[in-house]
Design a protein around this ligand. Structure first.
Ligand SMILES: O=P(O)(O)OC[C@@H](O)[C@H]1O[C@@H](OP(=O)(O)O)[C@@H](O)[C@@H](O)[C@@H]1O
Ligand SMILES: [Mg+2]
Ligand SMILES: [Zn+2]
Length: 177
């Protein structure tokens, strides 16, 4: 299967240092919805792996998070595409979970859901931890310069990380190869 694993904040939608706390604060990045639709219409299975420590911090509820994800799904569906799976880490930095990126628990959940290995599966992130979490389980990391990506680009990236301006550019690259 052609599987791609996307980070959410800073890749699909605008990120905020104050967290994205509501549907009203959830703004798709230019071209991101269309990119997801293009990929899914071309046979890619689109999954999302996102840290959401705002839940543990009490910034928003699980219901609000689900409303954001329903909005995402609706916008992609309106372009003829489909977001197949969204897995989030609800924990805070001190909770000792195994699913908060850069740990790879969300990626293992996704691999188990589809009963696949993740070797070479593209994963797109804006933070170093996104890339590290995926690379640790064999994914091909893609960094985008949106969200925190420009700051991340100057850091020591996982070997073989490919860098693109945004998700739309990653989608175009994957759809041409
Ligand atoms: O980029 P993804 O994984 O989709 O989501 C990131 C968000 O959960 C938030 O993660 C926080 O990191 P801490 O959780 O405070 O370390 C901060 O970076 C926020 O700016 C950001 O909105
Ligand atoms: Mg992010
Ligand atoms: Zn977690």
């Amino acid at each position: 299967m052609k599987l791609i694993i996307l980070d959410r904040d800073g890749v699909i939608n605008e990120d905020s240092d104050a967290f994205v706390k509501s549907v009203a604060e959830w703004h798709p990045l230019p071209g991101s919805i269309e990119a997801i639709a293009r990929l899914s219409k071309a046979g890619w299975t689109v999954a999302v792996a996102t840290n959401q420590s705002g839940l543990a911090r009490g910034y928003f509820t699980a219901q609000t998070l689900e409303a954001m994800h329903q909005r995402l799904r609706e916008l992609v569906a309106a372009q003829g595409g489909h977001v197949d799976l969204i897995r989030h880490c609800p924990h805070g930095p001190d909770d000792g979970c195994d699913c908060r990126k850069p740990l790879s628990g969300l990626f293992r959940q996704i691999a188990e859901h589809y009963a696949v290995t993740l070797d070479g599966v593209p994963t797109v992130g804006d933070s170093l931890r996104d890339l590290q979490a995926g690379a640790a389980v064999g994914c091909q990391p893609y960094l985008v310069r949106t969200g925190k990506g420009r700051a991340t680009e100057g850091k020591s990236l996982p070997a073989g990380t490919r860098v693109f301006d945004d998700l739309a550019a990653v989608a175009s690259y994957l759809l041409e190869t």
